[in-house]
Design a protein around this ligand. Structure first.
Ligand code: HEM
Ligand code: HEM
Length: 221
């Protein structure tokens, strides 16, 4: 067996990395525009619709994208996750390509949280000046429910993000730096050459992202 011996392997494609850091920047802006600034609500709604489009893109990329971005390659059964957590100390990070089984479930939970937050935003209203594009098309009680979920959901989302960052710090303490690969795309791995992940073309990612964001923008206008 041909072995890629402690080589710099490209584990994350550019699309997934750009997607991740765009989501982080958008989340900061969404918080700032809703909670701190007085006059940025129009931009809050634009940024939220953009984020929703990017989430749809990430779901599509989870089926047609690079090996490490595909859900099928990192969503594991509960039994496999428990097995991984029980035997974590025996796993070598020099062999982990992409998300580990516990990280995989975290990714799903974060994406689900972002979907709830962004879709409830479409029906949210402050009762006076601002409302999401569909706020007027539902009855007042339902609107209030969505608005409450949008408010409380943000706090829950922040709690999930805090767990996400704490988990990454815990790996960092154990000398497993997950952040560098999410920035550079590369990780030093000792893996057989035949399991080196196949990455999809950035053009395919770009076209898919434009279609997803464009479709969501059109639907929510
Ligand atoms: C608003 C805040 C954040 C959200 C919503 C978020 C969400 C996510 C999601 C959905 C993924 C999966 C990526 C994919 O497969 O497409 C991910 C992965 C990752 N995130 Fe974040 N993230 C946030 C902040 C951060 C911050 C501040 C850091 C750095 C300290 C970070 C570091 C990472 C790393 C290293 C991974 C890859 C983990 C692995 O190797 O399995 N994230 N994040
Ligand atoms: C992940 C995406 C989103 C995040 C993180 C987010 C976050 C927030 C936060 C933190 C607030 C303030 C809540 C409070 O005052 O307690 C807020 C309010 C609001 N958001 Fe979003 N939002 C997102 C998406 C959207 C979208 C897509 C829309 C509509 C297109 C939207 C429309 C609104 C409106 C109208 C308010 C004002 C509600 C009020 O003042 O009671 N949001 N959002």
């Amino acid at each position: 067996m041909k072995v890629a011996q402690s080589n710099q392997v490209q584990v994350w494609d550019g699309a997934t990395r750009l997607w991740h850091w765009s989501i982080v920047l958008l989340m900061i802006f969404l918080w700032y525009s809703a909670e701190i600034a007085d006059d940025l609500m129009d931009w809050h709604m634009r940024a939220g619709r953009l984020l929703l489009g990017l989430i749809v893109f990430r779901i599509v990329w989870g089926f047609i994208g690079s090996d490490t971005s595909r859900f099928a390659n990192f969503i594991k059964s509960p039994a496999e996750i428990i097995h991984y957590l029980k035997n974590k100390s025996q796993h070598s990070h020099a062999e982990q390509i992409g998300h580990n089984p516990a990280g995989g479930i975290m990714v799903l939970v974060l994406i689900a949280g972002l979907i709830v937050q962004a879709t409830t935003g479409l029906f949210t209203s402050d009762g006076y000046f601002y409302g999401g594009p569909f706020a007027d098309s539902i009855d007042a009680d339902l609107g209030e429910l969505f608005t409450n979920i949008h408010h409380i959901g943000f706090k829950l989302l922040l709690a999930l993000v805090a767990i996400h960052i704490l988990a990454i710090i815990a790996y960092l303490v154990k000398r497993d730096n997950l952040v560098r690969p999410m920035v550079t795309g590369k990780k030093t791995l000792s893996i057989p050459a035949e399991v080196v992940p196949r990455l999809k073309s950035p053009v395919l990612a770009f076209v898919s992202a434009v279609i997803c964001v464009g479709a969501i923008w059109f639907i929510t206008t």
